[in-house]
Design a protein around this ligand. Structure first.
Ligand code: UD1
Ligand code: M6R
Length: 690
């Protein structure tokens, strides 16, 4: 939800200007999240300078540049710094609620945090009773205060190590978090840890790393046992002072040939897009990992011993390019991503669909196909746009595989404690792979023994790592909060999965071939649809921008397009919009129709065409003037209707095309209304809290 970024240089001299610029650029890559702040070392020993600003990163940059007393040329051979961009969960977006949050005016402990601490009220009450004064309305501040409380409760001479202290803090925290902690007691050291929120570490060295992994250290140290306090208050108990000190093995990867630490830079972030321009060598932290960076070395400890967990963290190579996350000549990321669809759909199919032999091979599923084919039912679980991609493909999945499918919104799935069994296959669809509700649903299904399959865009994300198998949709990074190219790629990935699962069904051959042939036409057909852009821009300005509401109707395969189109309109233009299943019109929504209610009707040529024609009549009989999305070759539509004509594809793929005019319309309405398209209010790209 929030974004965090930290930069450490060790034996690599950098001036303050470089450090601040690195932090600001890191924040700007995460900028779709919100309200920004950063902390760097001051001029005096153990002094941190903290800058905060509400709004865009540019405002924070301007604020820092206006500090005439700040020596930007001051050099640091080794330095640790951190930055944060905040999406308000607790407290208003304002300076006092911006991170880092501190333990006290001397900044003994400062913390940046992504996620949500669900027991912060209880912690805050106890800490306040113990005399710790809070300065913000956030849940995060209790982390910094808690660290100081535990520290203060230890007599001089028996103070815990930094790692032991953070372990003790984490043991008291409930909820999801990725945090980075810095302390005046441990200058130039940093601790980063996560539970449920993403965090990765980029590593940059001049010489090649000796090995491509970091060993997890369990030495001496389970998390310190809390000693019960008097009056039954076991929370916030001091660490047992007799606890043995943490053992430290050397991180082989970071040593030079003579065994000495080598010059090194570390980039910590909640998202790889903030790291990729500095280094492609990254290490993803697992839940419960406590990463400690000290004197150029990275050590990873575990909060608790877990025998099922690997004892190594691989240093991987990021495959994304900086250019992939830049806007290029487009005005907004969303616009760029809509226009990328002719290529992104090809990337989703590349190496997987053979159009000559009409076969599909999803490498990630190959060893699981037999199990999936044998399952009792398939349960799709997702949120928002990803959920719509499941709705869009459910019918073709059922038709080809003949396996019953249910489609679930992750939050509702969890609320209902849906029964899940060992012979179920659960498919988790998520662009980010970090959506909290979807991850919780995944863990719920893992516990019940179901085979869990991921459909994700983000390699290395939690869902990609925690599922048994899956398919990366390979759409490339999606930065705009409104999901566009990920939708079409998820749609295709699910269709490919159904095609592969049904490859042994002779009776489906003709149907499968028709689908594969049209998948081949897809890039060209998307290009033709994008050519409607000017017409759609005009339509949005003439007929839609000033409206208070917009209904989008259709049925069958187009139901998902209606839901997805309405979601795009809502989230981007803040206009009320509803996707309506045309078959439901007479059961209520028809009452909304009069000569003033704007309606878009999707009426493409498939087996339900006559039924949608009847919906058109119902609407016009109530003086409605629907705009009709229809096929280019449809000559049945009277001239009196305004039409948006799109190329025809086989029925189950048509939704890939009908959604594009709605993506473009929502984009143009938002631009015309002066709304910030890439950062709609109150929304975040990655919803990492429940
Ligand atoms: C993989 C490689 C790709 C290479 C291709 C060549 C990766 C990420 N992909 O692609 O670079 O060109 O082989 O054969 O290395 N998975 C999950 N959950 C998910 C998504 C994926 O567990 O949500 C697993 C898959 O089961 C698989 C692995 O991740 O084991 C990679 O998946 P995917 O990228 O879809 O596989 P390929 O298309 O075979
Ligand atoms: O990353 P995910 O696909 O799991 O995200 C799910 C939803 O939060 C997301 O699709 C959301 O609905 C989009 N902002 C809609 O455009």
């Amino acid at each position: 939800m929030c974004g965090i970024f930290a930069y450490l240089n060790y034996l690599v001299e950098k001036d303050r200007r470089y450090i601040i610029n690195t932090l600001l650029t890191g924040l700007s890559r995460l900028e779709y999240r919100g309200y920004d702040s950063l902390a760097v070392n001051g001029d005096k020993e153990n002094e941190f300078l903290i800058f905060r600003e509400v709004g865009k990163v540019a405002a924070l940059r301007a604020k820092i540049e206006s500090q005439s007393t700040l020596d930007m040329n001051k050099k640091f051979l080794s330095h640790t710094s951190m930055a944060h961009t905040r999406w308000a969960t607790h407290g208003q977006p304002c300076e006092k609620n911006s991170h880092p949050h501190r333990s006290d005016p001397n900044n003994e402990f400062i913390v940046v945090h992504n996620g949500i601490i669900t027991n912060y009220k209880e912690l805050r009450t106890i800490l306040e009773k113990n005399g710790y004064l809070f300065e913000s309305d956030t849940d995060t501040e209790c982390i910094a205060k808690l660290a100081k409380y535990i520290w203060d409760n230890h007599a001089k001479g028996s103070k815990p190590t930094f790692t032991t202290l953070v372990k003790a803090v984490c043991k008291e925290l409930e909820g999801a978090f990725a945090i980075i902690v810095k302390s005046t007691h441990f200058p130039d050291e940093v601790i980063a840890t996560r539970r449920g929120s993403p965090l990765l570490i980029g590593v940059k060295t001049q010489k090649k790393l000796k090995v491509d992994f970091v060993d997890v250290e369990f030495g001496g140290a389970e998390a310190p046992a809390a000693v019960a306090q008097p009056k039954g208050n076991s929370l916030l108990a001091p660490i047992n002072p007799s606890h043995p000190p943490m053992q430290r093995s050397q991180s082989r990867a970071f040593l030079s040939d003579d065994g000495m630490p080598q010059p090194i830079e570390y980039f910590l972030a909640s998202d790889p897009s903030a790291i990729v321009e500095h280094t492609k060598r990254v290490l993803y932290l697992e839940d419960g990992d406590i990463a400690h960076i000290d004197e150029g070395e990275l050590h990873i400890h575990r909060l608790r011993r877990d025998d099922n967990m690997s004892t190594m963290r691989q240093i991987q190579t990021l495959e994304m390019e900086l250019a992939e996350i830049m806007k290029g000549s487009f005005d907004h990321f969303m616009q760029k991503e809509i226009y990328e669809q002719p290529e992104s759909v090809v990337n989703t199919m590349r190496g997987r669909v053979n159009f000559d032999t009409r076969t599909v091979t999803l490498g990630g599923l190959s060893t699981y196909l037999a199990t999936i084919r044998r399952c009792r039912r398939i349960v799709f679980v997702a949120c928002g746009t990803s959920y719509h991609s499941c709705i869009a493909t459910r019918a073709i999945f059922e038709e080809l595989t003949e396996i019953p499918i249910s489609v679930e919104l992750a939050s509702d799935f969890l609320d209902r404690k849906t029964p899940i069994f060992r012979d179920d296959v659960c498919v988790f669809v998520s662009q980010s792979g970090e959506t909290a509700d979807t991850i919780l649903a995944l863990r719920y299904c893992l516990e019940r023994g179901a085979l869990c399959v991921g459909i994700t865009n983000t390699v290395g994300s939690s869902i990609s790592r925690e599922t048994h198998c899956g398919v990366h949709i390979n759409a490339g990074p999606e930065i705009g909060v409104a999901s566009t190219k990920a939708y079409t790629s998820q749609f295709i990935a699910l269709v490919m999965m159904a095609l592969q699962l049904s490859e042994d069904r002779i009776s489906k051959t003709e149907r499968r071939n028709a689908i594969i042939d049209d998948l081949c036409r897809l890039p060209q057909v998307i290009k033709e649809t994008l050519a409607l852009d000017n017409e759609l821009k005009q339509l949005s300005r003439e007929s839609l921008v000033k409206q208070a509401s917009l209904l989008i109707m259709g049925r069958g395969y187009q139901n998902a397009t209606c839901l997805e189109g309405a979601l795009k309109i809502k989230e981007l233009s803040y206009m009320h919009s509803e996707g309506i299943l045309a078959g439901e019109l007479k059961h209520g929504p028809l009452a909304l129709i009069d000569e003033n209610m704007p309606v878009i009707l999707i009426m493409t040529k498939d087996s339900l065409y006559p039924k949608v024609q009847s919906a058109l009549q119902q609407v016009t009989a109530r003086k409605g003037h629907p705009i009709i999305i229809c096929n280019t070759n449809d000559s049945n539509i009277p001239d009196k209707y305004r039409t948006i004509r799109v190329p025809q594809l086989v029925d189950c793929l048509q939704g890939l095309i009908t959604v594009i005019p709605l993506q473009l319309l929502s984009y143009h309405i938002a631009v015309a209304r002066g709304v910030n398209v890439d950062f709609p209010r109150n929304l975040a790209k990655s919803v990492t809290v429940e």
